[in-house]
Design a protein around this ligand. Structure first.
Ligand code: G1P
Length: 277
């Protein structure tokens, strides 16, 4: 059973300026719930009750969100607005929340390595809350990955097919299909040009990582964009055949971009709002 989930939340969110000038991008609401809460709910559904945040300066609102606000609780106790706090109360009651600060933004791989002190030496989930995932027809994406981990005991990444002209925005895998939607990864490359991409199977922000990833990351030089990339560290694991890719069930919205964020907002408002809030 995987108990911990790492949330790298130190990024600047420049694509959403000026909204993100003094507010973490992870706190942007999709309808009435901050992006990061959707991610935490998905991790908790997967049994990952210990949520570990790699934060940065200007991100205190995230820590406050996952704590009790006594003044607010007192003000709305007994009023008809109280039910609006149900979802966050549930999350706070079930989970534990730990934080470490990433002092310099040296890449996603560096963020994961910064989280080592919170994770220790056990397998863990890693969730990028910019990617909002929903699955109306069954368990969430992190639960789907955790099931694969239970069977195979190695790192797992969630993938989806994207148009070739978009592969340059993602980590992309090359792999051998083991069964429908499940691949043994042979190689992976971060943000390839369309001509160099080994496939159109793009990694989205859901991972299960085995703890040897930390030692690998310590020895991984900066890659694409001059940053330490988690994709490069996973590539080292893939050489030993110990990374699987899973074409997840459900929908994913790229809330790191304005169009994806608007699409997610419309979807949540039309399909989920009022049913699970
Ligand atoms: C990161 C990863 C990339 C992955 C993507 C998913 O990129 O480096 O491999 O495909 O998340 O959202 P970023 O979006 O931080 O540039």
């Amino acid at each position: 059973m995987i108990r911990k989930c790492l949330f790298p939340v130190a990024g600047y969110g420049t694509r959403f300026l000026p909204a993100t000038k003094s507010m973490p991008k992870e706190m942007l609401p999709v309808v009435n719930k901050p992006l990061v809460q959707y991610g935490v709910e998905e991790a908790i559904e997967a049994g990952m009750m210990n949520c570990a945040f790699v934060t940065g300066r200007g991100k205190r609102a995230i820590a406050d969100h996952f704590d009790i606000s006594y003044e607010l609780e007192h003000q709305i106790a007994g009023s008809n607005k109280e039910s609006l706090l149900d979802s966050i109360r549930d999350v706070i009651n079930q989970g534990t929340f730990t934080m470490v600060r990433q002092r310099e933004m040296l890449g996603l791989g560096h963020a994961v390595l910064t989280g080592e002190s919170l994770i220790g030496s056990e397998p863990f989930g890693m969730l990028l809350s910019d990617d909002l995932c929903v699955n109306d027809a069954g368990p969430g994406v992190m639960t789907q990955l955790a099931k694969i981990y239970e069977r195979f005991g190695c790192s797992v990444v969630a993938v989806q097919e994207v148009p070739m002209e978009e592969v340059h925005r993602y980590g992309v895998i090359d792999g051998q299909q083991l069964q429908d939607g499940l691949y043994r990864v042979e190689s992976m490359v971060e943000k390839p040009a369309a001509d160099n991409a080994p496939s159109n199977l793009a990694i989205i922000g859901r991972y299960i990582l085995t703890p040897d990833i930390f030692d690998i990351l310590r020895n991984t030089p900066p890659g694409a964009g001059g940053e330490v990339q988690i994709t490069d560290a996973l590539q080292t694991q893939a050489k030993n055949g110990s990374v699987l890719a899973y074409k997840f069930h459900g929908r994913r919205f790229d809330c790191g971009s304005v169009p994806g964020f608007v699409e997610a907002t419309n979807f949540v408002f039309n399909n989920l709002f009022g049913t699970n809030t």
